[in-house]
Design a protein around this ligand. Structure first.
Ligand code: SAH
Length: 194
């Protein structure tokens, strides 16, 4: 494992992520929405996440900048990052399938929205966010740079922190006791832990 290979793995992972999402993204544009909470705040949060997981690592991969925050490359960490990225991709693929038409990249309720509580959703309420966090951890392990590495954790972490409570409130407003009951028996991201 070399730094170039680690960077290539990150790029391949990001492209694979996009390929998995693309058919769902296209379908979501055609799916009618009953309730839209895509506020300016939501758009800012999406930008934070895109900056941390996309723009900053992209700049690092193509230019090596910022140089001042480099630290020595550790092949073992990069291998671990590659494995975690593979798990993240598998999780992302499955969760997208399970969520189906109910998915949207922001806070929305569809016209025929179904509350999904099966499959991975049986164990956690936000498995897609778990997948994003795994991607962010993989990025931190693959890039030996104190800014480009953790940028994904900061960017996506900001989105998660400011979104998750609102998302759950939106689900409570729409599914009432069904979602309340579902919350009682599930964790947010990691079964039995959080
Ligand atoms: N937070 C979830 C879903 C992310 S996509 C996860 O991490 O897996 C965001 C959209 O998914 C929200 O607009 C909401 O309408 C929808 N959603 C969230 N949880 C859901 C569930 N259990 N069943 C159906 N739709 C859900």
């Amino acid at each position: 494992m070399t730094l170039t290979i680690a960077k290539t793995i990150l790029v391949i992972g990001a492209v694979a992520w996009f390929i998995i999402r693309w058919p769902h993204q296209r379908r979501s544009w055609k799916t009618k929405t009953r309730l839209d909470r895509r506020t300016t705040r939501e758009k800012i949060l999406l930008t934070c996440s895109f900056t941390g997981l996309g723009i900053i690592p992209f700049i690092y991969v193509v230019s090596g900048r910022p140089h001042f925050s480099d630290y020595p490359f550790q092949p073992v960490m990069a291998w671990l990052g590659a494995i975690i990225f593979a798990v993240a991709l598998w999780l992302f693929y499955r969760v997208h399938k399970e969520l189906g038409r109910n998915w949207s990249d922001s806070l929305e309720v569809r016209e025929q929205h179904k509350l999904v509580t099966d499959g991975l959703y049986r164990h956690v309420r936000h498995p897609m966010y778990t997948a994003f966090f795994l991607w962010a951890v993989a990025q931190a392990l693959l890039l030996p740079n104190w800014i480009a590495g953790p940028a994904g954790l900061v960017g996506f972490g900001t989105l998660f922190l400011f979104r998750v409570g609102r998302e759950e409130q939106m689900m409570l407003d729409n599914f009432g006791d069904d979602y309340r009951e579902y919350m009682r028996r599930t964790a947010r991201l990691i079964p039995g832990i959080y």
